[in-house]
Design a protein around this ligand. Structure first.
Ligand SMILES: O=C(O)CCC(=O)C(=O)O
Ligand SMILES: [Fe+2]
Length: 327
């Protein structure tokens, strides 16, 4: 079992107050704080993020209620392996070198109509959401929260563009049909006989752009600093945790860091968390950002399409099957 780790200092994982984003205030000092956090640990908290407490409490309430039901009911909502919406059982996610993750989830994306051209053409991850008809409370709470976190994500994209010296709309231009993936997570408590190699979520880096995470007071999220030390990023009331994904690191020519993190729930209690993987349009060209490369620091990575990269990572760790589409 992993050792007890110390709590991150404010310097290591700062709390950024986002109020200036919504009050038309001066955002440059905030962008500078964000820039420093993204270069050093790739993790920061955000406060005054604009998501209502009512929406947050409702989505956690619905998540608890859903996972308190017998698993057979959830199995009836099994996630479609191509569209990635619905229930994902324990053990689907497996990071190389570790036992399968102990968490289970309900997956939600951008709710596209079945006749949307992207859906009709079979673009991976583009689909209508899947909702159990007998649980309207799940859909209602998840959709309300999803919309609020989506607008928070757009605010963050504007701030990130500012931090990187790009026009404010640089990333927002690629959010016409963004591949947002929200996951309602349940982490059962780890028992003493759980394999030493098992985690709620084994050490990994996130795939995409940024992750906006709501965790409950149980805590358990830990991240690895650039020097290799693991530190805890506990629950802080009124905040979310934001971190950088691998594709965004690549886009910045490795100037921003996508860091390893993990979750181990040793509290003996159920843990719930709700990450929003804020990804961009399938076709967004990920080519070294103009402010991140120069003659002294040439591009380190080949250009790639946003969606092609995300799909390649799903294949590696989440049993994504490109041949599983039903016409
Ligand atoms: O549940 C958490 O606190 C973090 C989950 C996570 O890191 C992930 O799903 O990528
Ligand atoms: Fe993660």
């Amino acid at each position: 079992m992993t050792q007890h780790v110390r709590v991150a200092s404010h310097d290591e994982v700062p709390i950024l107050d986002l109020s200036p984003l919504r009050t038309d205030g001066q955002i440059d000092p905030l962008a500078a704080e964000l820039d420093r956090a993204c270069r050093e640990t790739g993790f920061f908290y955000i406060a005054n993020h604009g998501v209502s407490e009512t929406a947050l409490n409702a989505v956690f309430g619905a998540t608890r209620r859903y996972f308190a039901m017998p698993e057979e009911i959830r199995r009836g909502h099994a996630m479609h392996p191509f569209y990635r919406r619905g229930f994902m059982a324990q053990g689907v996610t497996r990071q190389p070198g570790y036992a399968a993750d102990l968490k289970e989830s309900y997956e939600v994306g951008v709710d596209l109509p079945a006749d949307d051209p992207a859906v009709l053409s079979g673009l991976p991850l583009h689909a209508p959401n899947q909702w159990p008809a007998e649980m309207p409370w799940l859909r209602e709470a998840a959709e309300t929260y999803f919309e609020q976190v989506k607008s928070l994500g757009l605010d963050l994209l504007r701030l990130i563009a500012r931090a990187l010296g790009l026009p404010d709309g640089f990333f927002i231009q690629y959010t016409r049909k963004p591949m947002l993936q929200m996951r309602l997570f349940h982490y059962p408590p780890q028992t003493p006989d759980t394999s030493l190699n098992a985690h709620g979520a084994a050490p990994h880096t996130d795939f995409g752009m940024i992750t906006i995470l709501a965790q409950d007071p149980i805590g358990g999220l830990e991240l690895r600093k650039r020097d290799g030390e693991w530190i805890a990023a506990p629950y802080i009331d009124g905040t979310f945790v934001v971190n950088i994904g691998d594709l965004f690191q690549r886009w910045t020519n490795d100037v921003y860091v996508s860091n390893f993190h993990r979750v181990t729930n040793r509290t003996g209690r159920e843990r719930y968390s709700i990450p929003m993987f804020f990804n961009l349009d399938y076709d967004a060209p990920v080519v070294c950002l103009p402010t991140c490369c120069s003659a002294e620091s040439p591009p380190k990575h080949e250009p790639i399409k946003f969606g092609d990269y995300i799909v390649s990572r799903f294949k590696a760790v989440q049993k994504f099957d490109p041949n599983s589409r039903v016409a």
